[in-house]
Ligand binder design. Structure first.
Ligand code: FES
Ligand SMILES: [Fe+2]
Length: 383
């Protein structure tokens, strides 16, 4: 990193530290380089995405033994495998021979994984099974050769990985959030739709956008605002690892079933939107769950693996199809706004701006506080 680059990263770290010292009434945004700096993204990759629990998708993507999908997280090639022993594994998708990709397909079902380069063959838990023509190498130990199994936790049927293996168990950090969600019984909601996308915007722009209800009336006047008006958003007190708000339904809007019988009257009338920091954003509506797993690719590009779950089981049910279409419509509205936002963030004239009241943008304030804790003055850098 050049001296100038280090200076701009340090300036952003100082700004995050300064924000932490402000009270809620003074809450403000970060400078635009927070969303455009490649150097700052490197810091985020190293000190956030390699150290935290990051959601990679939903167990419904791999319902049967042998099912798998591949993905990438901050340069690491990952193979998510439903093992023939019934366990879910997140494996390094890099062959123990000369380091090619073991599995080149995006998804499928395998008896075992065969690297296409020299046909080394691995069990679905990553253990090497056979390596052709290697018998003459007397010291070669097949048993000792395994694809690294990365630290994995399943929370509410979502698959999380922790790349450096040092994070504390996830569920115990999300106790407060779990108590908000328990009556919705998300674990009983089936995966009805999944897709992937890349948007030309910084990952934090999309994270923040998903988590604030202020933009609903202006960005989604015909899609979301009639159902969940901006004026009815209510912030929920967050904790260190998450933030949330409730988006109440317009009383004139028809009820949104089917509901789980444990849900209270209040819960039937709002959606809980939460972010498990840094970038797993979810809207648990009374009847469906919409989730987005976000990963940065470049400073101006975010990879999105998203899906919809519900108590219904048939993805062709007209009500399910209508909900999927609604999500696609408001996602397109957000994409449009976030891609122009990214362009505008290349300016030298915008500095910072005030955040809206707590019910509307308090979740952004929580997110910036989290970023400040992770990357501000408390983070000791070795060089
Ligand atoms: S690199 Fe995989 S078998 Fe050689
Ligand atoms: Fe939106």
């Amino acid at each position: 990193m050049t001296v100038t680059q280090a200076r701009s990263v340090n300036a952003l770290r100082q700004e995050l530290t300064a924000l932490k010292a402000l009270d809620q009434e003074q809450a403000r945004t970060m400078p635009p380089s927070f969303y455009t700096s490649e150097d700052f993204l490197e810091l985020e990759k190293e000190h956030i995405f390699r150290k935290e629990w990051i959601c990679l998708g939903h167990v419904g993507e791999i319902p049967n033994p042998g099912d798998f999908y591949t993905t990438e997280l901050v340069g690491e090639q990952l193979l998510i495998s439903h093992g023939h022993d019934g366990e879910i594994y997140v494996l390094s998708n890099v062959c123990r021979h000369r380091g090619n990709l073991v599995e080149a397909q995006a998804s499928g079902n395998r008896r075992s994984f065969v690297c296409q380069y020299h046909a080394w063959t691995y069990n679905t838990d990553g253990q090497l099974k056979t390596a052709p023509l290697m018998k003459k190498k007397t010291k070669f130990d097949v048993k000792g050769c395994k694809l690294p199994q990365l630290k994995t936790e399943i929370w509410n049927n979502f698959i999380f990985v922790n790349l450096d293996g040092m994070a504390a168990p996830l569920a115990e950090q999300l106790g407060g959030l779990q108590s908000i969600l328990q009556n919705y019984h998300h674990e009983q909601r089936n995966l009805l739709f999944k897709d992937e996308a890349v948007w030309h915007t910084n990952w934090k722009n999309l994270t923040e956008n998903f988590m604030e209800g202020y933009h609903l009336f202006a960005t989604h006047p015909t899609t979301l605002q009639p159902m969940t008006p901006t004026q009815l958003c209510r912030k929920v007190p967050g904790e260190e690892r998450w933030t949330a708000y409730r988006s109440y339904y317009d009383p004139d809007y028809p009820p949104r079933g089917p509901f789980h019988e444990d849900m209270t009257e209040d819960e039937r009338n709002n959606s809980v939107l939460f972010n498990v920091f840094p970038s797993f954003v979810v809207a648990v509506a009374a009847n469906y769950t919409l989730y987005l797993c976000l990963r940065p690719t470049d400073s101006d590009k975010v990879s999105i693996r998203w899906g919809i779950c519900g108590l219904k089981t048939d993805p062709t049910d007209p009500e399910v199809v209508a909900y999927i279409d609604l999500c696609k419509s408001f996602n397109a509205e957000d994409k449009d706004k976030l891609e122009t936002l990214q362009k505008a963030q290349n300016t030298r004239y915008y500095q910072t701006g005030p955040l809206a009241p707590d019910d509307l943008e308090g979740t952004i304030w929580d997110f910036l506080s989290y970023m400040g804790k992770r990357l501000g003055a408390d983070l000791e850098l070795s060089d």
